[in-house]
Ligand binder design. Structure first.
Ligand SMILES: [Zn+2]
Length: 146
């Protein structure tokens, strides 16, 4: 991660928003302050938007926000790193949700056939919940950041 690219998040105001210009027309923003992301392809009514919408978990739809002035859409990110774990939004509604962080456990060699030869599996007994603003703590819980 190149920290020169960090800027102020227009959603939460933290200074930990990582912005990446993928092409001239596509910019992706990922904020490590609030854990939300935006993608300039995400425009309401666009094909990309509709495709994403269909696969989104309900709570992601509930938490999705559109910036009034820019039309920029923010939604919770999902982190899934094979040998570390997952961080995802979970909950019922805007007042009752949290980041769920789950660590992985190494699968014993003799058991790997049961898991499509994967080396790791999510261990749901390790799930820990973090507030929106504690997104980075969730990332460090699964050892993605120190
Ligand atoms: Zn933010």
């Amino acid at each position: 991660m190149d920290f020169d690219e960090l800027k102020i998040c227009s959603r939460c105001g933290s200074d930990a928003c990582y912005s990446q210009e993928v092409t001239k027309n596509i910019t992706i923003e990922m904020c490590y302050g609030c854990g939300f992301q935006s993608n300039s392809l995400m425009e309401k009514g666009s094909e990309f938007f509709n495709e994403q919408w269909e696969t989104l978990p309900e709570i992601y739809k509930v938490l999705m926000d559109e910036e009034e002035e820019t039309g920029k859409i923010w939604m919770p990110s999902t982190i899934n790193i094979k040998d570390k774990g997952m961080v995802f939004a979970t909950g019922k509604d805007r007042d009752n949700w949290a980041w769920g962080a789950v660590k992985v456990t190494k699968i014993k060699k003799k058991d790997r056939d049961k898991y499509n030869k994967e080396k790791y599996r999510a261990d749901m007994t390790t799930i820990k919940y973090f507030k929106e603003r504690d997104y980075m703590d969730a990332l460090s819980y699964i050892n993605v950041i120190p």
